[in-house]
Design a protein around this ligand. Structure first.
Ligand code: SAH
Ligand code: SF4
Length: 335
């Protein structure tokens, strides 16, 4: 129900008051692409004409929605496509949870009243990852408010263990994330020396590996959750040696962890290459033998530029270049 007027179980005056005070609105799907592997990518328009991308990844036993928290990103990780798009603005809590709502609309996943969800098998949309565009911990309050709705029994009713927030390492917000959201945490680790991490994940110059690890050590206790996911992008000849794998294992000693190896996803003009397959396997093997799960993330939706780090609003760029052209030619177009 998306109209207060239809809520006839509420008093008429109250309905009017609601309609005056609130709006019921979802971000608009501008386009939808479906990959050969079933991955769906939505380009979504939010207020102000800005756009973000949302990706749905179906798997056998689950369906994961990768949502965005910002338009663009203030950080400039050198291997990330989103990082080349300057921050335009933070998303509101409504726009963040709206991505979940519109995906459920598209999947047709709204149960009949009284039947509950997920009772006849896993939900189509069973997991949320905050791994789309933006740094979620730089938009903390809105992300928290949206995730509260996602977890609320009267809301989307997903367990906090089915929500994973990925951060590049905003150290002061990590404890807050544990206490106020309590979801699972993933961290974009990507390097085993400060020197390399400074170039790949520049926020490392602000909070280095040691400070980051100290914050991570506290997370499982504060959030009462299990393992932290360490994300590690495999970049050929940059961070993928046996020595890196051994250093990684040593660094995370004592932290309950899983290491998610992400083969680098290319994008036009990217300054890196994906590590060769045998190299990735060998790297995974060293970590596995040290006692950690080390799954290699299968790239999904590559054919539609939906894989990790490939997201960037194409039309945002198109608009910018139109503006540039207008500026150069002095021809102003209609807005
Ligand atoms: N800003 C947050 C969440 C979004 S990025 C963060 O950085 O954690 C989600 C994951 O994709 C991060 O681990 C990010 O480092 C990784 N990623 C970015 N660009 C990538 C690329 N081109 N190939 C593979 N992984 C990439
Ligand atoms: Fe921003 Fe994350 Fe991309 Fe870094 S990896 S630029 S933090 S979206």
């Amino acid at each position: 129900m998306r109209d207060f007027a239809e809520m006839t179980n509420l008093a008429k005056d109250y309905r009017a008051l609601l309609a005056e005070t609130f709006i019921i609105e979802l971000p608009e799907i501008v386009s939808k692409q479906v990959s050969a592997d079933g991955t769906r990518k939505y380009l979504v328009r939010i207020a102000g004409g800005h756009e973000v991308e949302v990706v749905y990844i179906p798997e056998e036993d689950r369906g994961t929605l990768c949502i965005s928290s910002q338009v663009g990103c203030t950080l400039t990780c050198s291997f990330c496509h989103t990082g080349t798009q300057k921050l335009v603005r933070n998303l509101t809590a409504g726009e963040i949870i709206g991505q979940v709502m519109l995906a459920r609309d598209d999947l047709g996943e709204w149960p009949e009243p009284g039947t509950g969800t997920g009772e006849s098998g896993p939900r189509l949309l069973s997991n949320i990852v905050l791994m789309g565009m933006g740094e979620p911990l730089y938009n903390f309050d809105n992300v928290r408010d949206a995730m509260k709705i996602a977890m609320d029994g009267e809301g989307i009713a997903l367990s906090r263990r089915r929500i994973t927030l990925s951060t590049s390492g905003v150290v002061p917000e990590i404890a807050k994330c544990a206490e106020e959201i309590g979801c699972l945490l993933a961290v974009s680790f990507h390097a085993t020396t400060d020197e390399t991490r400074n170039t790949l994940v520049p926020i490392n110059k602000r909070w280095n590996i040691e400070e980051l690890l100290n914050a991570l050590r506290e997370y499982p206790r504060l959030s009462n959750s299990e393992r932290i996911t360490f994300e590690y992008v495999m970049l050929k000849d940059v961070n993928d040696t046996d020595a890196d794998a051994r250093r990684l294992v040593k660094l995370i000693q004592g932290i309950p962890a899983k290491i998610n190896l992400i083969p680098f996803n290319e994008w036009p003009g990217a300054p890196y290459q994906r590590s060769d397959w045998p190299r990735i396997k060998q790297f995974a093997d060293i970590i596995y033998k040290a006692g950690y799960a080390s799954p290699i993330r299968t790239p999904r939706g590559e054919d539609i530029m939906a894989a990790c780090g490939q997201l960037k609003s194409a039309t945002e760029r198109a608009r910018k270049s139109r503006k540039q052209i207008e500026a150069e030619t002095g021809l102003g177009g209609a807005a």
